[in-house]
Design a protein around this ligand. Structure first.
Ligand code: AMP
Ligand code: FE
Ligand code: FE
Ligand code: ZN
Length: 282
């Protein structure tokens, strides 16, 4: 079994790239993709750890793009981590993340919650600062009892400390992933909050921009959603991928290599199909 959607301390996961790979080895996964938000900083460390542990590590990234209903996530697999355009854009997007985190802290202050940006940056320990880092500082300050509660009360869209972030259009993100030698996959399509023909129309648009696949098997998708997405992928000749979206303790319900109900099983053949697509487009 493999897991093509994981996060490390290089973004908002709680395991270091090395610890993530060790856990994968312990769980007898043969491959994982490291897909941190807007950064590939953890990739070299994970690849090296994978070499030692006998786990293939696919270089990956998860980028956020704008959509009418909030952020949409795109996964890039087999990107070259040292590609100069990729590096430059990711650095820009991480800066936007840092700016937003400062503004979130200001909002929280207005709400009477005294945490500092320095605390958030220190806890993040990476360029890619996300709301889960703010949530964990809030937890540490006993302002909330869980990361989940921090999102529900303050951080999610519509809540008082929500601050939007500057994000690229899908066209730019897909082109960037492909120009860095990668394959572009729409992450957890259910979070688009579209159904039926609306979902199909949006996926077709992305397909026209160079999208290669759909993340059908994801820990938060119901069986019905998976069945519908599988049919859509077949219809549009898109690759089918899957992964848990493991974030360590930031999302305690999600295990590496499996979903909430232990039902994200992704076969090695998925990785072979991605690899083939990637070499074909070189
Ligand atoms: P950001 O990247 O800063 O916009 O934060 C989004 C990240 O927060 C997602 O990638 C998830 O890891 C996490 N997240 C979003 N909603 C929740 C939630 N309700 N509870 C816990 N984590 C969440
Ligand atoms: Fe995340
Ligand atoms: Fe995501
Ligand atoms: Zn993710």
């Amino acid at each position: 079994m493999i897991d093509l959607h994981t996060h490390s301390t290089a973004s908002d996961g709680t395991l270091t790239p090395e610890a993530l790979v060790e856990l994968a080895a312990k769980k007898k996964l043969t491959a994982i993709a490291l897909t941190d938000h807007d950064t590939v900083a953890g990739v070299p460390r994970a690849v090296e750890a994978g070499r030692k542990a006998g786990v293939e590590v696919v270089p990956g990234v998860e980028v956020s793009v704008d959509s009418e209903r909030g952020a949409v996530h795109l996964l890039g697999y087999f990107v070259r981590p040292d590609d100069p355009s990729l590096q430059a854009k990711l650095a820009q997007w991480c800066q936007a993340r840092q700016q937003r985190a400062r503004r979130i802290v200001e909002r929280l202050e207005e709400l009477g919650i005294g945490i500092s940006y320095a605390q958030v940056a220190e806890l993040a320990g990476s360029e890619s600062i996300g709301r889960p880092h703010v949530a964990r500082v809030l937890l540490g300050a006993k302002a909330v009892r869980s990361v989940e509660e921090a999102f529900e009360r303050y951080l999610r869209r519509g809540r008082p400390a929500y601050v939007p972030r500057e994000m690229p259009e899908a066209a730019e993100a897909i082109a960037l992933i492909r120009s860095a030698g990668g394959v572009a996959v729409l992450a957890h399509p259910a979070t688009l909050a579209l159904k039926g023909t609306d979902l199909e129309a949006r996926v077709k648009e992305l397909h026209a921009l160079g999208l290669d696949g759909l993340e059908v098997h994801w820990s938060g998708h119901s069986m019905r959603q998976r069945r519908d997405l599988l049919a859509l992928a077949k219809k549009l000749s898109l690759l089918v991928t899957g992964g848990s979206d493991f974030h360590g303790d930031n999302k305690p319900g999600i295990q590496l290599g499996s979903g909430r109900r232990g039902n994200v099983r992704v076969a090695e053949s998925v990785l072979e199909a991605l690899r083939r697509r990637c070499t074909l487009s070189i």
